[in-house]
Design a protein. Structure first.
Length: 443
């Protein structure tokens, strides 16, 4: 319900201008009257004046209403509740104590939507806040993260476009699994068996034959039964695929992309990083260290970790390998057995594949998985059979090796994993507005 409470002011030209707080906190607007629209973040008052923090998408500004100068305005302001939407007109003043350096002396006020008592207050449980996620998204922390998220996506697109990659779209409803059966979400597709996609890779592989270097930013779905701080059941996947490209060149693309994303966030999101206590996010410069899987296992064993050659690296192992790093590291040449059927075996040792995972520093771990694909038809068929996959579902994928096959490579970057690292988050759920995990699909 929208409640409009008008004071006895003439609003004829009141709705015209559309400033954001960020536009008016400079000396050009000093002593000027401006109009702002937004939501009430905090209210504090005495019997002389009311202080109201106004939040809009760009910032938060303190606004003052003096009883002495306008009693009816003061009375109207008294009715305002937290998170009410308002339109105000006021004069910009300097305020040395304010973090933004300015405040607003309100002349006119209009309440657009008077809020009921806001259910989010201090010291509430994580579960409660997740139930109220649709409202919790108004918090400073989440606003900052979502702005950084936007920069991550924007800058990634920029980098791809600058480097001759074409953006494509791929299906989310599929029949041929990319990353094994264990984490597939089943779908009843008009009485046919189908799944939600785990990765767009196989479709990107089809598109390189017509478009060359391609990329996609789309959701991927994994029925992850594990409750970890880095797994979502629905995540945004930024995937790229390049023809005539080996694993080494594939890693070079990843380094450049990551360097570009971090540079952009450091430039564009200084304020947000500060709010998140992450102003120390270091500059990231290529090349990133490359460590062979064998060597990673030895390092872990020396540190007393109970792991054997052939085991996959999990959250804990990756944490140990990256805790004290400043740069991301590549771990390459994993055993064939722990990677997808499509990976190209190494020419010198067919037990390992030409792949690499990129692990973020400070304990965050894997943010990218990628590698060179099998481009030989017979070998691909052999691997599909070895993994007990239904060969019929992969007919189209095998076709790609029949008509002008080429060595090719690609990678998949977990958008929320990268944001978790950049923002220094403890848990991946805060990297996406409405997280989906094993026990949450609401709101
Ligand atoms: O390592 P993954 O499984 O690799 C693939 O899916 C390849 N087909 C990608 C490719 O080569 N085109 O997943 C890639 C990345 C991981 O490194 C991780 O960052 C992210 O996707 N990821 C997840 N992020 C959040 N929640 C999950 N459950 C994730 N599973 C993978
Ligand atoms: Mg992986």
């Amino acid at each position: 319900m929208i409640i409009t409470l008008l004071s006895n002011i003439n609003y004829s030209d009141f709705k015209m201008a559309n400033y954001l707080i960020k536009d008016i906190i400079n000396d050009n607007y000093l002593n000027e009257e401006v109009i702002l629209k937004g939501w009430v973040y905090r209210i504090r008052g005495s019997n002389k004046r009311i202080f109201l923090l106004l939040r809009d998408p760009s910032n938060i500004i303190q606004c003052v209403i003096e009883k002495e100068s306008d009693e009816s305005l003061y009375k109207l302001a008294k009715k305002i509740t937290i998170e009410s939407s308002i339109e105000i007109s006021g004069v910009v003043k300097k305020d040395e104590r304010s973090p933004i350096g300015y405040e607003l002396h309100i002349k006119k006020l209009k309440i657009i939507g008077l809020a009921e008592p806001f259910p989010i207050t201090k010291d509430q449980s994580i579960e409660y806040l997740l139930d109220k996620r649709h409202l919790w998204l108004r918090s400073r922390k989440l606003i900052s993260i979502m702005k950084i998220r936007s920069t991550v996506l924007q800058s990634a697109r920029e980098w791809f476009n600058k480097n001759g990659f074409i953006e494509v779209s791929t299906p989310m409803i599929i029949t041929a699994a990319c990353e094994g059966g264990a984490t597939l979400f089943n779908l009843n597709y008009f009485n046919h068996k189908a799944y939600l996609t785990q990765s767009s890779q196989l479709y990107l592989e089809a598109l390189i034959y017509s478009l060359g270097r391609v990329y996609v930013i789309a959701p991927s779905f994994r029925a992850e039964k594990s409750r970890t701080v880095r797994h979502l059941t629905e995540f945004w996947h930024l995937e790229a695929e390049q023809p005539f490209c080996d694993n080494e060149q594939n890693m070079k693309y990843q380094e450049e992309l990551i360097e570009y994303i971090i540079k952009s966030v450091r430039e564009i999101n200084k304020n947000e990083l500060k709010i998140l206590n992450r102003d120390k996010l270091p500059e990231i410069k290529k090349p990133f260290p490359r460590i062979k899987y064998d060597e990673a296992i030895e390092t872990l064993q020396k540190k007393g970790v109970n792991i054997m050659w052939g085991n996959d690296l999990g959250t804990e192992e990756e944490k140990i390998l990256t805790l004290n790093n400043r740069l991301p590291i590549f771990i390459y040449n994993y055993p064939k057995k722990v990677k997808g059927f499509y990976h190209k075996p190494d020419d010198n040792n067919p037990e390992v594949v030409n792949c690499a995972d990129l692990l973020a520093p400070e304990g965050h771990g894997e943010i990218i998985g990628g590698g060179q694909r099998i481009h030989d038809k017979e070998l691909l068929i052999k691997r599909i059979k070895e993994e007990n996959l239904d060969i019929n579902e992969y007919e189209w994928y095998i076709d790609l090796r029949k008509y002008g096959t080429v060595p090719h490579s690609g990678f998949g970057l977990g958008v929320e994993r990268v944001i978790k690292w950049i923002c220094g988050l403890d848990h991946i759920r805060d990297a996406i507005p409405f997280p989906r995990t094993i026990n949450r699909v609401y709101p």
